[in-house]
Design a protein around this ligand. Structure first.
Ligand SMILES: Cc1ncc(COP(=O)(O)O)c(C=O)c1O
Length: 404
């Protein structure tokens, strides 16, 4: 190592298409910087048209879109919401804010998505929703889940933070549940820094969603000339982003084919060049079922043990390659334990959470960057005694799961 200098390869780097400043300038020239301006509407139309959803509404984050979903479903104290433990905190928190109890399901070891075969036994008379998360943008088993939910009269919400433009059996993710949420956080394929969207597939929710998003007022109806003044009509909050963010995001959504083709190239390059190494060392790589098309959101490795995962993270960091772990099981978090979560409840989640490592992945990652990452991995010394005990402790306590 001595004498060598490496250029840092970050885990994520925000990407610019080049049109963002121009669109922001146009938004400024338009004279409306608050929500639902020209560019926000363009984003809505693009999402509605491309995905074929009845209504898309930009929100300030995926977290806020999930909070809107909880309000729309009238979630009340004592209600139960079934969701995976292997997800970001917002999936649970949005419903817990309304007084619900999260009921955590384990994941499948192949796709790392909610294990649909466990859902039926978790349903009780208090179940008010099933939340699915399409991990890495690979679709959950939606045929099974929608059928089960339909038979039990339970609404399904898709937390599709990772999965915009991914497909399950030819249909876009985000078009199955009555509601779905998207994230445009900096780490996502398309971004405006912080942002999100609510997709509404059941038109019965549209009118109330407009009200909830506009502080509980019927302001949207007023702007359409449907009422002559607007007033407080329901509970709500301020969930609509400024049109500056809409302008930034539109530049990205418009460039979706270019962005997705870059990400496809990056994902396939990792997949092709790490396969032999992964086979040799019993490292699991992402699995995409034949009936799923994923949007190339992330590339991860499942190392044989926590110690090996931490050793590889530390080793790559020493070579200026920033890799990260993902998702501490929610049922074992401080809050999760307050809801009764304990070790052993979701064994696959606990195991995967210890072993998963995400490699650098962003739209500007070059083949030379990837060659360095792959070369470093190939030279990883599996036998070296673990020098990473302190790193294990450090990174387990760190906030790295917000790289989501
Ligand atoms: C599955 C999932 N849901 C929700 C969120 C929250 O997204 P946001 O940061 O847009 O609120 C994340 C974060 O990345 C996530 O991974």
């Amino acid at each position: 190592m001595k004498g060598k200098t490496f250029l840092h390869i970050p885990f994520n780097r925000p990407f610019f298409t080049g049109k963002e400043f121009e669109y922001i300038r146009q938004a400024i020239d338009c004279g409306q910087l608050s929500g639902d301006g020209m560019f926000t509407k363009k984003c809505h139309s693009l999402l509605e048209y491309t995905l074929g959803v009845p209504k898309a509404m930009l929100t300030t984050s995926c977290t806020h879109a999930l909070e809107m979903a909880a309000l729309l479903l009238d979630i009340k104290p004592g209600d139960e919401i079934i969701m995976p433990s292997f997800t970001f905190v917002s999936t649970a928190n949005a419903f817990v804010l309304r007084g619900a109890r999260p009921v955590f399901a384990d994941i499948r070891p192949d796709t790392l998505n909610i294990d649909e075969t466990q859902l039926e036994q978790l349903i009780t008379p208090r179940t008010r929703s099933i939340i699915v998360v399409h991990y890495a943008g690979v679709g959950c088993e939606m045929d099974y889940i929608m059928d089960l939910a339909g038979r039990n009269g339970i609404p399904v919400v898709e937390d599709n933070a990772h999965g915009l433009f991914g497909k399950y059996r030819g249909n876009y993710l985000g078009t199955f549940g009555c509601l779905a949420t998207q994230s445009f956080h900096e780490t996502k394929n398309f971004t405006c820094g912080e942002g999100g969207a609510l997709l509404i597939n059941d038109p019965r929710y549209i009118e109330r969603a407009e009200i909830i998003r506009e502080k509980g007022t019927d302001r949207s109806r007023f702007f359409r000339g449907q009422v002559d003044k607007y007033t407080w009509v329901d509970t709500g909050s301020s969930y609509l982003p400024s049109d500056i963010l809409g302008a930034f995001l539109y530049a990205q959504l418009e460039a979706r084919e270019m962005i997705q083709s870059r990400r496809k190239r990056i994902w396939e390059h990792y997949h092709e060049h790490l396969k032999g190494w992964a086979d040799d060392f019993r490292v699991q790589v992402p699995f995409v079922p034949a009936h799923c098309e994923h949007p190339y959101h992330m590339y991860f490795l499942l190392l044989p043990s926590l110690e090996k995962r931490q050793a590889l993270i530390a080793y790559l960091n020493a070579r200026e390659v920033n890799s990260v772990f993902h998702y501490v099981p929610l049922h074992l978090s401080v809050m999760g334990r307050r809801f009764g979560g304990k070790k052993g409840d979701c064994p696959v989640t606990e195991d995967v959470s210890d072993r998963l490592l995400r490699l650098p992945f962003h739209n500007d990652l070059t083949e030379a960057d990837q060659a360095r990452v792959i070369d470093a991995i190939n030279h990883f010394d599996w036998e070296k005694p673990s020098v990473q005990t302190s790193a294990v402790r450090l990174s387990r306590a760190g906030p790295a799961d917000k790289v989501a």
